[in-house]
Design a protein around this ligand. Structure first.
Ligand SMILES: [Zn+2]
Length: 280
């Protein structure tokens, strides 16, 4: 099954490039917050992550959470909010039926409160990691529990409870995915390391192009190609450094294989530019 797909940029933050890739520049570099919008013929509108929203400002108002905003200042022009972009496409907040959450970092979940009828899909380990940490521990791992809707736990289901099926061979060495809707249309892939239960999604666009949204398993396609991982300062927020490197190397092997899927990291400016210019 093929799914209509759009890539949306919902705000951005800036960091020195050298924080997210060794040998990078000191100059501030833009990191877009990218989201996926998909339409399933019977399951309706689906989002992959939500990017930034004004809820991020509210959640980072008190101390110590304000440190998050100070260390990672973000920009979100009013016309770029996810709800404004969806409205221009004729989609109301209530029309969003599912949000697949790659992981619980603030820049991926800040808009969840805007979609009151959506069911959420994530991995159990992601929620468990949040529950096990203190308020300060969550902040140090980039997680802002205040961004979760009050009824989050009634609305969430876990990707690993879906059927486990073989991934398309183009994704090797990744072998197994979770069949989120039981029809093979949207598969989740566990990408541990950056966070405990991070998932990416795999689907075929209407053009039949196999597409892999890989969340924060690498920050940019350039860094992946050149085998440049992030500096220790960025790795401090990771759940497990060794697993991050293992996932990163698996992505490199996948890219080196024949017929690798179109890969979309959540914060890759180069990928966004190519999408905007229709050269992706
Ligand atoms: Zn992240």
């Amino acid at each position: 099954m093929r799914l209509p797909f759009r890539l949306l940029k919902v705000g951005h933050c800036s960091h020195p490039e050298c924080v997210t890739q060794r040998g990078g520049r000191w100059a501030a570099t833009l990191f877009p917050a990218l989201c996926g919008l998909l339409r399933h013929p019977t399951r309706g509108w689906i989002l992959f992550d939500t990017g930034y929203s004004q809820h991020f400002t509210t959640a980072t108002q008190p101390f110590p959470e304000r440190l998050y905003r100070w260390t990672t200042p973000f920009t979100l022009p009013p016309e770029q909010t996810l709800t404004a972009q969806l409205a221009r496409l004729g989609i109301a907040p209530d029309d969003i039926a599912h949000v697949v959450i790659s992981h619980l970092h603030g820049d991926h979940i800040a808009g969840l409160r805007d979609f009151p009828r959506a069911g959420f899909i994530t991995m159990r380990g992601e929620v468990q990691a949040m529950d096990q940490r203190s308020r300060f521990g969550n902040l140090m791992h980039g997680t802002l529990p205040a961004l979760l809707p009050d009824d989050f736990r009634q609305r969430v289901r876990y990707a690993e409870d879906a059927a486990h099926i073989a991934l398309p061979r183009e994704l090797r060495p990744f072998e197994q995915g979770f069949d989120l809707f039981g029809d093979g249309s949207l598969l989740a892939v566990h990408l541990p390391g950056h966070s405990r239960g991070q998932i990416g999604i795999v689907f075929r666009q209407e053009s039949d192009r196999l597409t892999f949204m890989s969340a924060d398993a690498c920050w940019s396609m350039g860094a992946l190609r050149e085998d440049r991982g992030p500096l220790w300062i960025a790795r401090r927020i990771f759940d497990h450094d060794g697993q991050y490197r293992q996932t990163f190397q698996r992505l490199r092997r996948m890219q080196a294989g024949g017929g690798a899927p179109l890969m979309i990291p959540s914060h890759c400016e180069q990928t966004w530019k190519a999408y905007e210019q229709s050269t992706l």
